[in-house]
Design a protein around this ligand. Structure first.
Ligand code: X2X
Length: 340
């Protein structure tokens, strides 16, 4: 048999492949059967993303490489509003979203953000790992599009920053142009303080503050620090006006497509990472004040009582009790005491 040049090249190629025996096989075995996207709106340096990376590595290892979680921080896949649409349709498989923004789809999900309701973290975790969290997750499940993992991740108690003046009494909010996340509860609360709230997604907050489209915004210290909002704000008033957390959401179809044992591994690792993230954020929020003051933010504490009184007299609690309904409101008040 006469060997043509083409045959020789082909034979050579076979030999090269042969010489690398095992390599293509290993590559195939290592290839994830499932590659899911997880989107979030926070910087890479926030504990949410640090714990998520750790969690993704643990899941990969425990599933022998069969499940690969790709993390997209900093709203890389779109604003929260966009990403909420994407997770509903399955364009994104996982998303951590503030319950208050999720409330644009599941109204009950903003209930933990009720103004001046939660006094401390102990009360928060008791409620969110207990009846109140279970109630909200059941409402999320009713969408038939989303599934919420059991442990809500911490965003934190929200503080108010401005470029104009500190907030010391409720009247200081009067007429203030304040960025709020897109959610009826936020708009309603700051309107009750006679402020001028503007709904802006988080991915546009830094530039909205920098260009003075708004005077201020409100977020926990861990975000003020990691998103460098201190660069474009002067005052930080410790309003602690609401507690906010992130539900770790899955697209329901994508979730149910996974084998049950894989779902078990993922849920366990996500919840475990969430509990670690809570500790990280609480620690940051407790320790960042000094650090941020060093970067130029001027801090003040305040008495929350007049703020709560103002909301009460503006009819804010009664209005929201009507919106959430008796059942949900009773669960909230069982945790935090009487509001309305
Ligand atoms: O948008 C915000 O301010 C943030 C990052 O706190 C939320 O996700 C609600």
């Amino acid at each position: 048999m006469k060997l043509s040049r083409r045959h020789l090249i082909a034979a050579g190629a076979t030999t090269i492949l042969g010489g690398a025996v095992g390599a293509p096989f290993v590559a195939r075995a290592d290839q994830a059967k499932f590659s899911y996207k997880y989107a979030n709106n926070l910087p890479d340096t926030h504990p949410m993303n640090i714990r998520a990376r750790e969690m993704a590595a643990a899941i990969k290892q425990e599933t022998d490489g069969a499940f690969d979680l790709q993390i997209f921080p900093s709203s890389q896949l779109g604003s929260d509003t966009d990403t909420l649409s994407q997770i509903r349709s399955g364009g994104v498989e996982f998303f951590t979203l503030s319950g208050l923004i999720l409330a644009t789809l599941v109204p009950a999900a903003s209930i933990n953000g009720m103004g001046f309701a939660f006094p401390d973290y102990d009360t928060v975790w008791k409620a969110m790992d207990g009846d109140l969290g279970a109630y909200v997750r059941a409402q999320i499940a009713k969408t038939n599009q989303l599934v919420a993992m059991e442990k809500i991740w911490d965003n934190g108690f929200r503080q108010t920053t401005t470029s104009t003046k500190p907030i010391k009494t409720p009247d200081d909010f009067r007429g203030m142009k304040l960025r709020v996340p897109p959610s009826p509860l936020w708009t309603s609360m700051f309107k009750a303080f006679d402020a001028a709230p503007a709904s802006i997604n988080f991915n546009e907050v830094y530039s909205a503050l920098q260009t003075k489209i708004v005077d201020g915004q409100e977020n926990p210290l861990a975000i003020i620090s990691t998103a460098k909002l201190y660069e474009v704000q002067k005052y930080c008033s410790l309003t602690n006006h609401m507690w906010d957390g992130f539900w770790f959401l899955a697209n329901k179809n994508a979730w149910e497509r996974l084998p049950a044992d894989m779902r078990g591994i993922i849920a366990k690792r996500v919840n475990e990472a969430g509990v670690k993230e809570r500790a990280d954020v609480a620690k940051l929020n407790a320790n960042l004040q000094q650090d941020l003051a060093g970067k130029g933010l001027v801090f003040n504490a305040l008495d929350p009582a007049p703020f709560r009184d103002k909301l009460r007299s503006a009819g804010f609690y009664t209005e929201w009790k009507g919106k959430y309904g008796e059942e949900a409101w009773a669960i909230l008040e069982k945790s935090v005491g009487k509001l309305a």
